[in-house]
Design a protein around this ligand. Structure first.
Ligand code: NAP
Length: 248
């Protein structure tokens, strides 16, 4: 039986685990352990880092094939998976949801980094809503320390935030009415997001458009070179069922 390591932490990884278990594949989903109460997939689950490339390479002795379905911005894990699988000679597939596509009437401003996003947001408004997670909040301090920032995060920030900032804890999926309320209540004049893609957090983009607000979007980082990639769960399943050798 194929033993598959699924690097997870995303809705796509949970959906793929459903399909793999139904197909009789022995799947172990790996979670980073950042969220206190994660949504658990079906199948086996392990939690916590591997200890860099070397630790992951050692762990790969228990698997035949790897699917990296981590978040588009989880760059270290993806790079480590590419290096460890290459060293161990294991097939690796990247499953990554497509980025968002701008619709007519949406005022999007692309940023190349979080620092750049903060500078753009400072230029566009004084009451930004940050929806970029908690890990990169420090990058927003230089440009937005004196702004009335609302930061939405799943887990509490590791940094202490400036006095004019407020923090709200919540976890998607989000719906349009709630997103409209959040932006209206804060009297937001700009929204900042990563190009996460997918449906879970798309309603804020619609809410921003409905309220005529600009959105600053942090571009996705590059993927590791040489790793085959698919953008949906069905294609990933097909790849696994061919033993990680199928045409993409
Ligand atoms: P990251 O910066 O790429 O990874 C940092 C370290 O965390 C890795 O080197 C690894 O530690 C550990 N790690 C990350 N993902 C792991 C996994 N699935 N299983 C075991 N260890 C993992 O990752 P991140 O941006 O902090 O994201 C952490 C997790 O949250 C990912 O699984 C990702 O899918 C999920 N997530 C991330 C975002 C985001 O915006 N970044 C959003 C939603 C969900 P070792 O080097 O010790 O192995």
């Amino acid at each position: 039986m194929t033993r598959l390591l699924l690097l997870g932490g995303t809705a796509e990884a949970r959906a793929l685990a459903d399909h793999l278990v139904a197909a009789g594949i022995e799947v172990t989903t790996s979670l980073a352990g950042r969220v206190a109460d994660p949504r658990l997939p079906v199948g086996l689950v392990r939690v916590g880092g591997f200890g860099g490339i070397d630790g992951l390479r050692a762990a790969l002795a228990d698997y035949d094939v790897v699917v990296d379905a981590t978040h588009p911005f989880a760059t270290t894990m993806s790079a480590n998976a590419a290096a460890a699988c290459a060293a161990a000679g294991l097939p690796l597939l990247r499953l990554e949801r497509p980025g968002w596509v701008q619709r007519a009437g949406q005022a999007w401003h692309w940023a190349d980094s979080h620092i750049h996003a903060a500078q753009l947001a400072a230029r566009l408004g004084g009451r930004p809503v940050l929806t970029i997670g908690r890990q990169h909040l420090a990058a927003y301090l230089p440009a937005l320390a004196d702004a009335s920032v609302l930061a939405r995060v799943v887990e509490p920030p590791a940094i202490s935030v400036p006095p004019r900032w407020s923090v709200v804890r919540d976890r998607g999926p989000y719906a349009l009415p709630g997103e409209l309320t959040l932006l209206r209540d804060h009297r937001a004049d700009v929204v900042v997001t990563k190009d996460s893609g997918g449906d879970y957090t798309w309603p804020k983009m619609v809410a921003a458009q409905d309220l005529g607000l600009p959105v600053v979007i942090v571009r996705r980082p590059d993927r590791p070179a040489g790793v085959p990639a698919v953008s949906n769960v069905e294609a990933a399943l097909a790849w696994v069922l061919t033993g990680g050798q199928g045409d993409l």
